[in-house]
Design a protein around this ligand. Sequence first.
Ligand code: C2E
Ligand code: CA
Ligand code: CA
Ligand code: CA
Length: 279
Amino acid sequence: AKQLGGNQYQSYTPTLQSEFLDDLTLETSLRYAVERQELELYYQPIVGLENGKIVGAEALVRWHHPQQGMIPPVKFIPLAEQTGLIAPIGEWVLQTACNQTKSWQAEGLPPVRVAVNLSFRQFNQVDLSERLVRILDESGLDPSYLELELTESILVQNVEVTIAKLNELKSMGVQISLDDFGTGYSSLSYLQQFPFDLLKIDRCFVQDINTNATNAALTNAIIQMAHSLNLKVIAEGVETREELAVLYENKCDNIQGYLFSRPVKAEEFKRMLQEGKRL
Ligand code: C2E
Ligand code: CA
Ligand code: CA
Ligand code: CA
């Protein structure tokens, strides 16, 4: 039996039917994607603005579908969440990111952190901590090099439970960042209660900050308030030198975006580390 969301059955109309069938076909192939080794992790560098050097990378999953070619994560992560397939996929992503990062360090490359996206459903797995402890242990990666990216969706749940979970993860030594900040509904004062280490400002605020006064004002306010809450700030989706200049002036800590690099294969990210690529 397929565990698609109940509302998909309710809104059963001819147009939705084909979408539904597409999802079923996709689900069937996604079910085997991990074991058939069709998933690959790409790495997008994260750069420190104090010296322009790479400080880490965000691991971003790619699916090489045997017939349909590359399927972007926005097309299969939501499906994976709906069907529960996010569990094995998320496990594979964590393992691969930790093993890869540890092996770069073992090869003597400058140590950098790796950021892994954790979906809402993964965050709510009862055995998440046990899984993480095991993955970190097996990889040998120092937990301080692992950063977990969570979105504001986790904040709508019971506040005490969420804080307790975050503290449990933090007690293992990993870092926690709040991803896509600004796209949800949480104010910065609300955030104060949660033990985040970093805040990632969503690309929609960073876009055109050199010409868009509203975006500039919002981004700058977010950076200042985040700093007053002792959070480091990463600006996402930085595409131009002009945007970078504004972020630099406003003391943003880290940037990520096409300006420095698109997400790249592990081999290419390793080369950037080796060559000491800088902004
Ligand atoms: P995200 O976590 O916000 O990841 C950043 C997305 O922005 C990536 O898209 C990245 O390629 C894109 N991006 C980075 N810099 C720029 C830029 O300068 N300009 C523009 N236009 N885009 C930029 P991607 O790789 O397609 O991933 C999309 C989303 O899929 C991610 O958004 C994340 O929510 C999800 N995702 C990706 N990998 C995983 C994963 O392993 N697990 C989970 N749960 N979700 C994942
Ligand atoms: Ca992310
Ligand atoms: Ca993001
Ligand atoms: Ca996003």
